[in-house]
Design a protein around this ligand. Structure first.
Ligand code: FES
Length: 122
């Protein structure tokens, strides 16, 4: 087990991301709503740099009482990042591909110690 230094927690603003390296493995580290999440930067589709894509609130459909389409809106709670190669979207809190939640990015714990953040990798 090894720890990869990310940097000072105080310098990591909410909504930011960093890419750190562990040998040949790239790991995307996100801070969202005060929590940290880390995933291998390797899209389940064709190996693109999933963690480098746009971060955006999930788009949800608003339906009328009769279940007909009204409009789309951004979710108040669910946030995804989008692989820049072909648009696979991943839940920022779980690393699951939202198109098929059986598919998931490899995740890593993030720990804070002495004001510094580390990704724990094995
Ligand atoms: S490689 Fe990520 S969507 Fe295709």
């Amino acid at each position: 087990m090894s720890e990869i230094r990310v940097g000072p927690a105080a310098a990591f603003a909410d909504g930011e991301r960093r890419i750190v390296f562990h040998g040949d493995t790239q790991i995307g580290v996100f801070r969202w709503d005060g929590e940290y999440f880390a995933y291998e930067n390797l899209c389940v589709h064709q190996g693109g740099p999933a963690c480098e894509g746009m971060i955006m609130h999930k788009i949800e459909e608003v339906l009328a009482d009769d279940r007909t389409y009204v409009r789309q809106k951004f979710s108040d709670t669910d946030v995804n990042f989008v692989c820049p190669w072909h648009g696979y979207e991943y839940d920022i809190r779980t690393g699951e591909c939202i198109g098929d939640r059986r598919l998931k990015l490899r995740s890593f714990p993030v720990v804070e110690r002495g004001g510094e953040l580390f990704v724990v990798a094995n």
